[in-house]
Design a protein around this ligand. Structure first.
Ligand code: ZN
Ligand code: MN
Length: 459
């Protein structure tokens, strides 16, 4: 994305014509949908808990002496995601403590991974270009703070149902060069997380959260800018795009004045459509990371990794490419039928059935995507194809018979003709219905409409 540098009228000194390029990396957190939490046996279902603080135990409440035990499934799923994104896997890995204080973090540290993440060096291809994955690590979610008013007093309440939920963090290289690219990457990542059936990514509830590191550099420059602004609290793809657009404008104005934007963390305010300064950015050293002494390091064998790899289903990008080849289904339709594995298998059955009946599969895919036929993924393929055929099918009727039937209906309904001529064009539906009924056949409605209008206008 290239922007004209903002021109400063009065000062004049910086009125050159240089432009800036966006340099953006994303950090995405997604809650894994394992049955139990990351380091204890508590139920992992914070969004459906009946009451706050019910899915808790000494470990996820952060009580002294509580001993964490790592969730094997969460680790396997993290590696599965990494492999799906072409990452390398660290055969030796461990968990670290990231120390900081906040009321939603009772232990005073978050169990995360620092120098040995489970996965690293991957790539996710989008329509707007590839985005390299720097690392994927596993950590625990924090409790949730609720700011409320109780008895006229403003209070902050803490719900620990979310504390200790497995949280996977996917960090990219700064390969994103437009707000649209950021959005495309995040959407595709969500699709893969859902497709692998490891995360629901409900963004409204906070099941998937986005952070963007944004800076600008002069067009043509290749080195990284000497500052970085982190935007937090982004909970929709649209806000991500808007926040990036806003930062491009804000930062380019500062740079045009010869200033360097401050290295800081900013939030996104949706009402104002602006980012706002929250705090100066901390460095990794501030967290005093060190290996968690309560959790043994983890070793994998190549064979174990290959087992996980063998269980990765054909991914959406491969499915849509194959559908194009096999069924001539355009990729834009294919992509919309790749939400999850179940949907893909269903669409595949429908396509095969259609192809066997010599139906243009792409038209059928278009009809499903555009909701021209009502089809649920539970519906039988034969039924779906039959429903589509009905929308396509028209009876062969002698054109002379159609013309004479139209005339008969016209003669019987002079009032409706007057209404049409007075501008009440919806009576055309009445005429079409009458003609179809009289013929007792299904005639292409669009064709019929054209003929009826011609004959009304000739009256
Ligand atoms: Zn617990
Ligand atoms: Mn994190």
């Amino acid at each position: 994305m290239h922007l004209k540098k903002t021109l400063i009228g009065t000062r004049g000194a910086h009125m050159d014509k240089s432009t800036y390029t966006l340099v953006c990396g994303l950090e995405v957190h997604a809650e894994l949908k394992t049955a139990s939490k990351m380091f204890c046996g508590c139920t992992n279902d914070p969004f459906h808990a009946e009451k706050p603080n019910t899915f808790t135990c000494p470990v996820c409440l952060g009580m002294p002496g509580g001993l964490p035990v790592a969730n094997k499934k969460a680790i396997e799923w993290t590696i599965k995601l990494g492999l799906a994104l072409g990452c390398k896997v660290n055969l030796f890995s461990h968990f670290d403590r990231k120390n900081y204080f906040y009321p939603d973090l009772a232990k005073g540290y978050q169990i995360s991974q620092y120098d040995a993440p489970f996965c690293y060096d991957g790539v996710l291809n989008t329509d707007l270009g590839p985005v390299r994955i720097r690392r994927i690590h596993l950590e625990e979610d924090t409790a949730k703070l609720l700011h409320k008013t109780v008895n006229d007093k403003k209070v902050s309440l803490i719900d620990f149902n979310r504390s200790g939920v497995p949280l996977v963090e996917i960090v990219t290289e700064p390969d994103i060069h437009s707000p649209e690219h950021a959005k495309a990457y995040a959407k595709k990542l969500r699709q893969i997380l859902r497709y692998l059936d490891i995360a629901d990514c409900d963004m409204e509830q906070g099941g998937m959260r986005l952070e963007a590191n944004i800076s600008l550099r002069a067009e043509g420059a290749t080195d990284l800018p000497n500052y970085k602004v982190e935007i937090k609290n982004i909970n929709s793809f649209r806000f991500l795009e808007k926040a990036a657009q806003y930062e491009i404008k804000r930062q380019s104005e500062l740079l045009a004045k010869g200033e360097t934007p401050a290295q800081e963390t900013r939030g996104w305010n949706e009402e104002k459509g602006q980012t706002f300064s929250q705090r100066s950015k901390e460095d990794a050293e501030d967290y005093r990371y060190f290996p968690d002494p309560d959790i043994p390091p983890i070793r994998f064998t190549e064979a174990q990794i290959n087992d996980i790899r063998a269980n990765i289903p054909e991914l959406p990008s491969a499915v849509t490419a194959r559908w194009l080849k096999e069924f001539q289904v355009e990729e834009r339709f294919g992509e919309m039928l790749c939400e999850n594995r179940e949907e893909v298998e269903w669409a595949e059955r429908v396509f095969r059935t259609a192809k066997a009946e010599n139906i243009t599969v792409n038209s059928l895919a278009s009809a499903i995507v555009n909701k021209k036929i009502t089809a649920n993924t539970g519906d039988d393929a034969v039924k779906v194809v039959a429903a589509f055929k009905q929308t396509q099918q028209t009876d062969q009727v002698d054109p002379k018979l159609i013309a004479s039937t139209i005339q008969e209906i016209m003669n019987e309904n002079p009032d409706a003709i007057a209404q049409f001529k007075a501008g009440k064009t919806q009576v055309i539906g009445f005429f079409i219905g009458q003609v179809q009924r009289k013929l007792g056949k299904k005639v292409d409605a669009r064709e019929l409409q054209a003929q009826i209008i011609t004959s009304i206008n000739s009256k």
